[in-house]
Design a protein around this ligand. Structure first.
Ligand SMILES: O=C(CO)[C@H](O)[C@H](O)COP(=O)(O)O
Length: 222
């Protein structure tokens, strides 16, 4: 199967986690695009969506799926999103599509995080994928110096990218994140950091992995 077929497979499989009549939390990325296309087939059975990016909002609206302002929503049963890496406990690196801040905001509204990805995203230890950090532009150099002195790795500003919130993305290569919760808690405190792309406090409850043998379901509690 091609990568696109694996993405379509898990996008379709995620429909089983959509609670009829509810508002669905929708992530960002090529795998989520497959989910949005699948969700369109049951749009009359949901109350709408809360979206994590302008791109996902546009795709949802193009399918005629109503998108609600997250400020009007207090809680949702399920958030469905992709990931760049997933560790064996369900902690993830996200933000390859630069949408990490809004993704964490919508994930925080949700009782369950259903992660959809192809099986190559499952790793023993997070960090092979460059860790995205959304940073207020005036703090970019300061945050990069602090990363180097605290954790090492090589931090670079992602060229040509401005987030939906008007900020920059710093990508940090060469990390080995053995304690995702500790790093997430620490980096989140640094002035100028809006969001770090470690999803440890908002880890996956369930992960649907696309494999040659079909969809493999991993559960991490919740
Ligand atoms: O975190 C994300 C966007 O900010 C995406 O979920 C992540 O990059 C995976 O994307 P894709 O499904 O295209 O591989």
């Amino acid at each position: 199967m091609t990568q696109d077929e694996l993405k379509a497979l898990v996008g379709q499989a995620a429909l089983a986690y959509v609670v009829p009549g509810s508002i669905v939390g929708v992530g960002t990325g090529s795998t989520v695009n497959c989910f949005i296309d699948a969700l369109a087939t049951m749009k009359d059975q949901i109350a709408g969506a809360v979206s994590s990016s302008i791109k996902s909002t546009e795709r949802l609206l193009a399918h005629g799926i109503p998108v609600l302002d997250s400020n009007e929503v207090t809680d949702i049963p399920v958030y469905i999103d992709g990931a760049d890496e997933i560790d064996p406990t369900g902690c993830m690196i996200k933000g390859g599509g630069a949408a990490l801040t809004r993704e964490k905001i919508v994930a925080d509204l949700a009782a369950r995080f259903v992660c959809i990805a192809d099986a190559s995203k499952l790793v023993d230890v997070l960090g092979n994928f460059p860790l995205p950090v959304e940073v207020i532009p005036m703090a970019a150099q300061q945050v990069m110096r602090r990363f180097a002195s605290t954790y090492g790795g090589e931090a670079r500003i992602r060229e040509g990218v401005t987030t939906d919130n008007g900020n920059v993305i710093v990508d940090v290569r060469g990390l080995r994140i053995t304690d995702p919760l500790a790093m997430e808690a620490e980096v989140t405190l640094w002035p100028g950091v809006v969001t770090v792309g470690i999803f440890g406090r908002h880890k996956a409850s369930v992960c649907l992995l696309g494999t040659e043998e079909g969809v493999k379901t991993l559960t991490f509690g919740g």
